[in-house]
Write a protein that binds this ligand. Structure first.
Ligand code: B3K
Ligand code: ZN
Length: 890
């Protein structure tokens, strides 16, 4: 395979001063006429010829300064032009076939409408171009199409002209005043309608906001519009960043490879992250829409105004923008000062990071936040680039405070607005604005793997001194990742000390004149370093890495009693939750080890009691209690074992769930009753918290050996629900209860759910996902259900949402069933990766990753996984899938 290396970066040989694109949109054959004003780049070595990138294009004609150019050669990867002048106008006509494009990259058709997706390298599937992010230019776009079939014609920027053409056709001309790289180009054409709002931005300029959808979905656009308005306001207030265009459009499309795309002024979204009403969308959907609308909007500054020099710098925009959307959601939920509400968001984000990114870091795809090489860039839109990247950005804020972080952002925009830059440029701006040398911090961008911080403490009762010794290093990783680990990192390590009364102690470090504050961010820069606190009146309990101040694993030998104490008392809500997770993880791993030996299982009453106290602590928010009572996922637990054993983990976790269900039965019933949310549905964090806790109670009740009570409650809740959160939770509880005892209630609710929502694709996705993730029984393993559902008339492999709802849900979110000992899950996986590979390599490659941690499983599973991987390696055609399976098999 061709490997692209970061070290090989060279500036482009040519620049493009402007581009004019004309489209004649026809599904089977669209003609694109591309006129570029080009010149040699004075900052690059003189190239013998011009190399334009192009894929899956049919070349029609080439002209230089208006005259046909003979010395042009089209080939598999693009177009080569010999003998070009130093400055010239280049006109290229080419054709592509949007209706046949199942990759959903480039120009394609979905539900009869035209859409584009260009990031990372889709623009070259539309026209021949210098398709790289450091070539920025201004675009004028003319769209021509049949007026009846495609009444709406959209592109980036401002609409400057429109009108009718002969033969029932019409045109629209768009101009984007801002320079942009090709990956931010977009067009949309078809039968769409918009919800519109006009607002004034901070400086008083009028802005037109539109959310474009298919006509039958217009009633589900209000929440997306409100999220957009909130995003605009938030970026003005928190970062002083204003919307720079007169018009900002969001368009929803049902066939989309990922969540959404930040094209300049014309964001294209997966319908999943736009459409919502109480009947069809859950609280999680509402929150995700707000977050993704925010994310794409925030890219307008962090990504579009300042973009990436090359794709190795992807985290420059993605890590930063994820951090911004996390902060936005936290501010929306709780405001700047509501620490408890912010903590809920923080816990949710850290859960995802630890479950997914830490796993990625321990496998064959481990890479630094700024990767050194890739085969297919689309494989590097990863948890590491996005979520760990966001943690890296968060650490600047932890080190410098909100004001210091803001100063850094201001300087970053002052220096780099309109440029394509690197992660180093960002780090240097943050350092300079705060008068700091952050050279050591570069390690966070260049080192792969999850750092581990071991902690030792010592209390000297006579001197009243408490020492905390930190040691940093890495656990086991692949040799390629090991090579990147060059020296200690600068780790902001937040710590508090808790007294026997459960209260925080005031903190005074050795050498300081007085105590100040109860949480300190220690700057841990050595391989091993000792910090000494003085005036410590009694032996404290340390609260380590408060608010998860760095993306590391902390190793410290807490006793079960100490964890229960922290769970009851830590003033840091994140660590309070963390103590419960540590306690549960420790018990669950011990139980999984016993389950693997078929030994009997038991759980100490004190553990149950610790969780009961949190559950019934009315000073804690329902949302927090829900998170505290949610056990670590099976995938996370399996990952912690020396040899992952999904079946043993499942038995252990089910044992604890059943134990908590039975021991706290009356509490669960009371909670289910008490946390009803009568009246009209509102997707606020408070109301969602009540529903979350109530539905967790229902899920626990469904674990009882006699599920009759749960079935009764869930059936009633299913029938009476006025919102999707409650209805889907009830259906899920019915499915869970039916594993204990065949119950007709589950079957009839499933059938009812389908009938009710037959015309709502996003809800039918939930219907598939609920069945793919159900528990299954020995008599009816879930693989059978899934294979059967593959033949359902509503199943469609070409639609990524549908493929994800059934296939990915089963392969990635139902470990106990997917990892069945007979290897049936792996055989299914291989079939589906190969089938998808022929249609949509990007989606296929995502599915391919479901087996990448194969080496860490028990020998029986490992061998069957290897066989499935080898089968895929032998048959897969795309660069995308090949990179994943070949790296896995190395
Ligand atoms: N920038 C896009 C992701 C593009 C993925 C290309 N395979 C969405 C986002 O992160 O906002
Ligand atoms: Zn993004």
């Amino acid at each position: 395979p061709v490997v692209i290396h970061r070290a090989d970066y060279a500036p482009p040989a040519f620049l493009i001063d402007s581009v004019a694109l004309e489209f004649d949109l026809v599904p089977t054959r669209t003609i694109v006429r591309n006129t570029m004003r080009m010149r040699r780049n004075p900052g690059a070595v003189r190239a013998p010829r011009l190399e334009l990138l192009g894929e899956q294009l049919e070349l029609v004609s080439v002209a230089v300064n208006g005259a046909p150019h003979a010395a042009a050669r089209a080939h598999e990867h693009g177009l080569t032009l010999d003998d070009v002048p130093d400055a010239f106008e280049l006109t290229i006509e080419s054709a592509c076939a949007p209706a046949e494009n199942t990759t959903l990259s480039g120009l394609y058709v979905s539900s009869g409408n035209f859409f584009t997706q260009c990031e990372a390298e889709g623009f070259r599937r539309i026209t021949y171009f210098l398709d790289r992010p450091d070539v920025m230019t201004t675009y004028t776009v003319t769209l021509r199409a049949d007026k009846t079939a495609y009444p709406v014609l959209l592109s980036n920027g401002n609409l400057i002209e429109e009108g009718d053409l002969p033969d029932g056709r019409h045109f629209a001309k768009w101009e984007d005043p801002f320079k942009k790289p090709s990956y931010l180009f977009a067009l949309v054409a078809g039968q769409l309608v918009a919800l519109e709002e006009r607002i004034k931005s901070a400086s008083g300029k009028e802005k037109l906001l539109q959310v474009w959808v298919e006509p039958h979905d217009l009633g589900k656009t209000r929440h997306a519009m409100e999220s957009l308005i909130h995003s605009i306001r938030w970026d003005e207030e928190r970062f002083g960043l204003e919307l720079d265009l007169d018009r900002f459009m969001i368009v929803a499309v049902s066939d989309f490879n990922m969540g959404a795309m930040e094209n300049k002024g014309l964001n294209v979204f997966n319908t999943k992250y736009v459409l919502a009403n109480p009947e069809t969308a859950t609280d999680t959907d509402f929150a995700n829409i707000e977050a993704v609308v925010g994310h794409e909007y925030f890219h307008n500054w962090t990504g579009n105004r300042v973009t990436c020099r090359d794709w190795f710098q992807l985290s420059l925009k993605e890590g930063l923008t994820v951090f911004r959307d996390q902060e936005f959601s936290a501010d929306m939920a709780g405001g700047a000062s509501n620490e408890a509400a912010r903590a809920v968001k923080r816990i949710e984000d850290v859960r995802v990071l630890r479950q997914m990114q830490f796993a990625e870091d321990s496998g064959p795809m481990a890479h630094p936040v700024r990767p050194e090489s890739y085969v297919e860039i689309n494989n590097f839109y990863t948890m590491t680039v996005y979520e760990k990247g966001a943690e890296v950005v968060r650490m600047y804020q932890t080190l410098f405070g909100r004001d210091g972080f803001r100063r850094g952002m201001d300087l970053y925009f002052k220096r780099h607005d309109g440029q394509a830059v690197t992660c180093d440029d960002f780090r240097v701006a943050l350092a300079d604005a705060n008068g700091r040398d952050l050279a050591q911090f570069e390690g966070w961008y260049s080192q792969a793997g999850t750092p581990r911080v071991s902690v030792w403490t010592n209390y000297d009762a006579t001197a009243l001194r408490y020492t905390v010794t930190l040691k940093q290093g890495y656990g086991d990783v692949a040799p390629a990742a090991r090579e990147t680990q060059t020296g200690p990192l600068l780790i902001p390590f937040a710590i508090g000390l808790i007294g026997r009364d459960g209260a925080d102690m005031p903190l005074r470090l050795d050498g300081e004149s007085a105590a100040a504050g109860t949480t300190r961010v220690l700057e841990f820069t050595g391989t091993e370093q000792t910090f000494t606190f003085v005036d410590v009146r009694e032996e404290p309990l340390p609260s380590l890495l408060r608010n998860f101040s760095a993306p590391v694993v902390v190793e410290y030998d807490y006793t079960a009693g100490e964890l229960a104490f922290l769970l009851a008392h830590d003033s840091d809500p994140f660590n309070r939750w963390e103590a419960g997770q540590r306690l549960a993880t420790r018990e669950l791993l011990a139980l999984a080890a016993r389950a693997a030996q078929d030994a009997p299982l038991s759980l100490d009453d004190s553990v149950v009691a610790a969780f009961a106290r949190v559950l019934n602590d009315e000073t804690l928010s329902p949302a927090f209690r829900e998170l505290a009572l949610m056990l670590p996922s099976e995938a996370y637990l399996a990952e912690q074992m020396a040899e992952s054993n999904p079946a043993a983990v499942h038995r252990a976790r089910q044992f604890v769930r059943k134990r908590l269900a039975a021991a706290l039965r009356d509490d669960w019933l009371a909670i289910h009753e008490r946390h009803q949310t009568p009246g009209a549905y509102a997707p606020t964090p408070e109301a969602a918290g009540h529903r979350g806790l109530k539905n967790l109670a229902l899920a626990y009740l469904a674990e009882l050996d006699d599920p009759a009570e749960a079935v009764k409650l869930a059936s009633a809740q299913y029938a009476e629900a006025n919102n999707m959160t409650d209805r889907a939770a009830a259906l899920s509880a019915l499915l869970a209860a039916s594993t204990a005892q065949e119950t007709p209630a589950a079957e009839s609710a499933l059938a009812d759910f389908y009938r009710r929502f037959e015309k709502e694709p996003l809800v039918i996705d939930k219907w598939f996902a609920l069945q793919a993730t159900q528990r299954g029984t020995a008599a009816r393993p879930v693989i059978e259900v899934v294979r059967n559902l593959m033949t359902h008339p509503a199943f469609n492999l070409k639609n990524p949402n549908r493929a994800r709802s059934l296939i990915f849900s089963f392969c990635s979110a139902n470990p106990a069933q997917f990892h069945a000992e007979d290897g049936s899950g792996y055989a299914f996986w291989a079939e589906q990766v190969i089938a998808l590979d022929a249609l949509n390599p990007q989606v296929a490659a995502r599915l391919a990753r479901a087996l990448e941690l194969w080496r860490r499983y028990t020998p029986v599973l490992r061998e069957k996984m290897r066989a499935a991987l080898e089968q895929v390696a032998a048959q897969a055609k795309s660069r995308d899938v090949r990179e994943i399976v070949e790296k896995a098999l190395v």
